[in-house]
Design a binder for this molecule. Structure first.
Ligand code: PHB
Length: 398
């Protein structure tokens, strides 16, 4: 046998041995659920998939979520459930066309124990059946698609963030109270935009509010909002409710000011409109914008103050709701992996059901019966503090 074929035989054998190790959970013996079955301290590494947008309009959101997840890991010696973590990051991109194959690769090829992340509602909806059928836990750390914890809830899908309908519904009654005339509704044209508007409209109209118009703008493609801002002005609306996030939020809020609507027609929205990097880019243009969200950097609690300081030190910028959701997802996985009787999907979801209250920078929250986050929503208003725009906490919403 020549040298070349000897090398290739050695490689083949090494590959077979590695494959066998991967299948056997790195050397431990497996029970039927795919875990060690002991439920006690386990020493082998655990491989977790992190699926976040690293490209497209939501890339800044993905960056924050990843930084939050990694901060939790750094604070816990790189371990979850007492085990070293092998974190495999994949790009969700701008929607299901990229996000679904990336998630399937994490599960089928990388053989992760669970997947965390997912920013876009359309991606989450596209992933639901795959995770449900492969009985693999999916921890959604942002995407708010209502059905994910509603009509299409699954034993294997858990959400540490919010549902679109909840975060916008929280704002409806407050706006109905503050605005006497009609409110124009405008949002990105995809699942999340539609649900944010529907949630807001429901509680807003129930509280006596009047809608002056409604418009959806092409998602990920709209950079010039002038035609929509003209339509808002022509409608004679007394205020506006908007859902935009990431790069779209920056353009909408800046152009709202440039167009002369800021200061005349009050702007409301879900908090994603004025969050983190978007707020920093909007600067003075965002002052006065009022939003609903389950987090603000300005929350005056010891847990949040400690988190803000640690995050700023690590990431060199203030945290965002996306960073908190990433951080909390790691915290939830930490507890669940520590309590699970193995790495199989069924063992892990059983442990997820026992996680209980999470002592988060956003305030305490827990999973409800549908695996959605049950939490407080805050009313926030953009103010300048020390020359920087911040989301001051004005109150708590019902
Ligand atoms: C969503 O698609 O569900 C989504 C995306 C970005 C946000 C909020 C919700 O900031």
């Amino acid at each position: 046998m020549g040298a070349v074929s000897l090398v290739s035989l050695t490689r083949t054998l090494a590959g077979l041995a590695l494959g066998a190790l991967a299948l056997s959970g790195c050397g431990s013996s497996l029970d039927e659920s795919g875990g060690s079955g002991s439920g006690g301290a386990r020493s082998e590494k655990v491989r977790i998939g992190l699926l976040v947008p690293l490209s497209g309009v939501y890339a800044p959101i993905g960056e924050d979520m990843k930084a939050g997840f990694e901060l939790y890991l750094d604070q816990h010696d790189g371990k979850l459930g007492g085990r070293e973590v092998d974190l495999v990051t994949a790009d969700e991109g701008e929607g299901p066309q990229t996000g679904v194959p990336a998630a399937q690769k994490l599960v089928d090829q990388n053989q992760v124990t669970a997947v965390a992340g997912v920013v876009n509602s359309a991606t989450a909806l596209g992933l639901r059946d795959f995770f449900h059928e492969s009985k693999k836990p999916l921890l959604i750390a942002n995407a708010g698609a209502d059905d994910i914890t509603g009509a299409r809830k699954s034993a294997y899908v858990w959400r540490t963030s919010f549902s679109n309908g909840d975060v916008s519904a929280a704002l409806g009654p407050a706006v109905a109270k503050e605005v006497k005339g009609g409110v124009y509704l405008v949002a990105a044209d995809y699942a999340a935009g539609k649900e944010m508007v529907a949630g807001f409209r429901k509680t807003f109209e129930a509280a006596g509010g009047k809608v002056a118009g409604e418009k959806y703008t092409p998602f990920g493609k709209t950079q010039d909002f002038q035609p929509y801002l003209s339509a808002i002005r022509e409608s004679g609306a007394d205020a506006v409710f908007a859902f935009y996030a990431g790069a779209e939020a920056v353009n909408f809020v800046k152009q709202y000011k440039q167009f002369g609507l800021a200061g005349k027609t009050p702007l409301y929205g879900t908090g994603f409109l004025t969050e983190g990097g978007a707020l920093a880019a909007q600067g003075a243009a965002a002052v006065g914008v009022k939003t609903s969200l389950h987090y603000s950097t300005e929350l005056d609690t010891p847990v949040n103050k400690e988190f803000v300081a640690a995050y700023e030190k690590a990431a060199k910028k203030p945290p965002t709701v996306y960073a908190v959701q990433g951080y909390d997802t790691a915290a939830v996985l930490d507890k669940a992996l520590a309590g699970a009787g193995g790495d199989g999907g069924d063992a892990l979801v059983e442990a997820l059901g026992k996680v209980g209250s999470v002592d988060s920078p956003r305030g305490p929250w827990k999973f409800d019966a549908d695996h959605n986050a049950e939490q407080t929503y805050y009313l926030r208003e953009v103010e300048t503090s020390g020359g920087t725009a911040v989301n001051a906490v004005v109150g708590e919403l019902e």
